[in-house]
Design a protein around this ligand. Sequence first.
Ligand SMILES: Cc1cc2nc3c(=O)[nH]c(=O)nc-3n(C[C@H](O)[C@H](O)[C@H](O)COP(=O)(O)OP(=O)(O)OC[C@H]3O[C@@H](n4cnc5c(N)ncnc54)[C@H](O)[C@@H]3O)c2cc1C
Length: 465
Amino acid sequence: MHLVMIGGSDAGISAALRARELDPAADVTVVLEDAYPNFSICGIPYYVSGEVTHWRNLAHRTLADLEAAGMRLRLETIARRIDVPGRKLLVTSVEGGEELLGYDKLVIGTGAVPVRPPITGLSGPDALGPADGVHLLHSMGDTFAVMRTLEQAALASAVIVGAGYIGLEMADALTVRGLRVTQMEQLGEVLPTVDPQLGALVHAELASHGVEVLTGTTVQAISTAPSGGSGRLQVQAAAADGTAVTRTADMVLVVVGVRPETALAADAGATLGSKRAIAVDPMMRTGLPDIYAAGDCVITHHRLLGQTYLPLGTTAHKQGRIAGENALGGNRQFAGSLGTQVVKIFDQAAARTGLRDHEAAAAGFDPVTVESAADDHKAYYPGSHRITIRVTGDRATGRLLGMQLFGHKNAEIAKRTDIAATAIYHGMTVDAVSDLDLSYTPPLGSPWDAVQMAAQAWVRETRPR
Ligand SMILES: Cc1cc2nc3c(=O)[nH]c(=O)nc-3n(C[C@H](O)[C@H](O)[C@H](O)COP(=O)(O)OP(=O)(O)OC[C@H]3O[C@@H](n4cnc5c(N)ncnc54)[C@H](O)[C@@H]3O)c2cc1C
């Protein structure tokens, strides 16, 4: 049985590792475009900031580790075409040589590529690029280009276009490196994946660390700045009221989201779904014979929403593992995502799981969201932090639908969000969260955990009077 995985990141490598784990005799080949298999691109901001001291440290596993696990890696090899009936994959090597790789089962893990928004100066024959200090960020190659720019002498300022989680992590990273950062976001608040009330707290954290945050600001053009100014690039934007906004900077980073990389699968006849991601069933089957797909290139089965597109590393790992198992004849199903995510912004963290009010309403629930605050541990023990928590539940059934948290990075924001994720996964009511037997000692918690206090606030607020 020859298994071929296309893509050497979270999905492709997870599939290969799982296949080799289940069947040490399985013949597994991973084909990847670059030379960096199994790198944690989620860690890129921390290499850029200098907190991770060498790019090699971002590897989940080294090439030697992967080879020791029994897979064959074809680095710098691009998958060009899938011959579905013939079960062959046409690949080209970096030297340009073509080869047909036969497979019994194929796993497509081609991931996502950064969106290039319609900003003048970003596309076309005269587009500015890394050599000019204008960057997109997704791969290790993009990271090296960013580092080459950053290592130039006298680099003092950056404009970041986009204030999603990657934009925020990069604002943190570039500030830590000593750059003056301006962040431009066209929506009304930063981190639009959480409610604006929490986005405003993130905004305040950015501002308190010297980041100039311009929300409601749509970037229209990036160009070379007139000489004699304070930066080599000029960014022109429009504020919500139409006022022109101009900033100069030495570097511009455009991080406005990703789109699934699906050309190969679509050309082979795969059906596309939400956001033109590859349609897969919960077993990660594409509908094409013997072809599975996983990770950022596929639609996401969501436990509360049905099908959506939600590219995340956690999901790519799980789906890849399932695709690898099923390619070997297994029968495992992806249980569905809840979109659980967390981001650190300087000294604070913001997280969410499940649905926000408007998402729940669109999915047919009768949502109520209640905000409250609680300490991460007993306030009499030094170092306690206040956590802001927004609980969304269904008024009709009392079911917990979502939770959003904001608080100090040491306040266990991620793990508290994971309590909520676990409760939502199991269909618990908000009220039942108070029944969970959670741990307590004054330096680390309270007899009622902050999540339980937030659940109680929701129940108080929504009970019939
Ligand atoms: C800066 C940053 C921070 C992030 N932080 C987080 C985080 O904190 N938490 C989280 O959950 N997620 C995070 N993510 C998202 C996460 O990294 C992705 O969801 C995850 O990497 C997706 O994995 P993937 O294998 O599906 O795709 P990708 O990582 O996109 O990898 C696709 C692979 O396929 C290869 N490929 C594509 N086409 C071909 C072809 N034709 N032939 C050969 N090879 C091909 C590519 O070279 C690459 O190796 C972050 C992403 C970035 C960029």
